[in-house]
Ligand binder design. Structure first.
Ligand SMILES: Cc1cc2nc3c(=O)[nH]c(=O)nc-3n(C[C@H](O)[C@H](O)[C@H](O)COP(=O)(O)OP(=O)(O)OC[C@H]3O[C@@H](n4cnc5c(N)ncnc54)[C@H](O)[C@@H]3O)c2cc1C
Length: 424
């Protein structure tokens, strides 16, 4: 029996496990430090009260309940012994200090985290939404800011509570800025008596000269117009130079540094690979790139270790020529890599991985989205419906699809958001 250990039940790891469901003579152990698969593309909707956490988090045990050759362990992988072919696990739910599990084949898919460009001290004041806990904390912070504005009597302080700054205008930043603007102008408009949520200022700060830099420029322009129509102020060509409690300092490329009084700052800028990439690189003598991703061969294995695969956000894939390919850090890349690895193990024939790019989508708000599907550009309502359909299709589990569809239908008809719980 071949023992396959998969670290990480995100987009890449889960596809690898499921791809092995019919593999004979294979037993799979999936290790994750959380007991659910998180559908990160909808985390921003949890952060803005549109969806509840359970609707985007599927218990791994339930997802794999019919796959008899797979078991799930709740633990954190903290080390790899490539000689002994063992993974060290910590944070065990039974309180034991640690344990090791043996493997014949290892697949590591630990994902990535946000990078504060060397300013980790900003994380306290500018949370991100890479994790479910992050999304829930952000939701409490955003909703609490409106509550604080309701109580505040000083006009300047109230304005600071009603100022929201989103850093980074990639898909996540654009989605967050659009949703906060909708929350303020639409959902909460009639819910307060002293504060006026529709007077909120939502600022989207981006160092580049356009939003959605990975999209064609024409779609970036359309997205910018949609954001502005929702009431978002764009600060392009502008770098964040400091973040403190209640303030953010920005520096436009050709302008003066200024301080903005803002009680809520959301971080949606650069990403860095999971620390597992560094651990694996040290253990195997592999290289990591500037984003901390481990470089793997074209067949997704570590050089000199045909039994170890690294996939998803934490891996950079070499082309046949040896240089790193520029694959985007998105779910389809991780999923295709996961399926590719499963095929390689099933067929005992590791072939070079080729990414099939099916397109790029970003939503901005109600009826506003942009899509670049194999060179066909969509925007507005058509792109928004495409975005809804794709996200529903990829969400795991029929029940969650039905719940999310129902919620979206209600929200669309009533302009409401009911998942507005503040955890204090
Ligand atoms: C807010 C947000 C929005 C996004 N929106 C989109 C989008 O709209 N479209 C799109 O295509 N992509 C989007 N992405 C990117 C996409 O989510 C990632 O590219 C994708 O999740 C990568 O898959 P992965 O398997 O590499 O990692 P992940 O899906 O992040 O999975 C990593 C898993 O590893 C586990 N793990 C990590 N470290 C350990 C450890 N030491 N021990 C045990 N388990 C561990 C984690 O708990 C997690 O379950 C978004 C990302 C974010 C953060």
């Amino acid at each position: 029996m071949k023992r396959v250990v998969v670290v990480g039940g995100g987009f890449g790891g889960l596809q690898a496990v499921r791809g092995l469901r019919r593999a004979a003579d294979v037993e799979v152990t999936l290790v994750d430090r959380q007991n659910f698969h998180l559908f990160q593309p909808l985390a921003y909707q949890v952060a803005t009260g549109g969806l509840s956490s359970a609707e985007i988090a599927s218990p791994l045990r339930r997802v794999l309940r019919h796959q008899s050759n797979a078991r799930v362990l709740l633990a954190e992988a903290t080390g790899f012994d490539l000689e002994a072919r063992e993974v060290t696990l910590d944070e065990l739910p039974n309180g034991a200090r640690s344990m090791t599990i043996p493997y014949d084949v290892l697949i590591v898919a630990g994902g990535s985290a946000y990078s504060y460009f060397g300013h980790d001290e900003w994380a306290e004041f500018a949370p991100e939404l890479k994790t479910l806990q992050g999304a829930l904390a952000l939701r409490s912070r955003i909703l609490s800011a409106f509550e604080a504005a309701e109580i505040e009597t000083d006009a300047a302080r109230r304005a600071a509570w009603l100022t929201f700054v989103v850093v980074g205008a990639g898909p996540t930043g654009v989605e967050m800025a659009g949703q906060i603007a909708e929350l303020a102008n639409d959902t909460l408009r009639h819910d307060f008596r002293s504060a006026d949520p529709s007077g909120a200022r939502v600022l989207l700060v981006e160092a580049a000269d356009r939003v959605l830099g990975t999209f064609p420029p024409s779609l970036s322009r359309r997205a910018a117009r949609s954001l502005e129509s929702l009431g978002v102020t764009l600060a392009l060509d502008t770098t964040v130079v400091d973040i403190a409690d209640g303030t953010i300092d920005v520096q436009p490329r050709d302008g003066e540094r200024s301080t903005i009084e803002a009680r809520t700052v959301v971080w949606a800028a650069g990403v860095t690979a999971s620390p597992l990439a560094g651990l694996l690189a040290t253990a195997s003598g592999s290289e990591v790139d500037r984003a901390g991703r481990i470089l793997v061969d074209a067949n997704l294995t570590l050089t000199g270790h045909p039994e170890i695969f690294a996939i998803g956000d934490m891996a950079a894939v070499r082309s046949a020529g040896g240089e790193a390919q520029r694959l985007p850090g998105v779910a389809p890349v991780a999923m295709q890599e996961g399926r590719h690895v499963a095929r390689s193990i099933r067929d005992s024939k590791p072939e070079a991985f080729r990414y099939r790019d099916k397109g790029n989508l970003a939503t901005i708000g109600r009826s506003h989205a942009v899509a670049d599907v194999k060179g066909v550009h969509l925007w507005g309502f058509a792109a928004w419906v495409t975005w809804l359909a794709v996200h529903l299709a990829y969400l795991i589990g029929f029940e969650n699809r039905l719940l999310v569809l129902t919620r979206w239908t209600f929200s669309y008809l009533t302009r409401g958001r009911t998942a507005r719980v503040i955890h204090r």
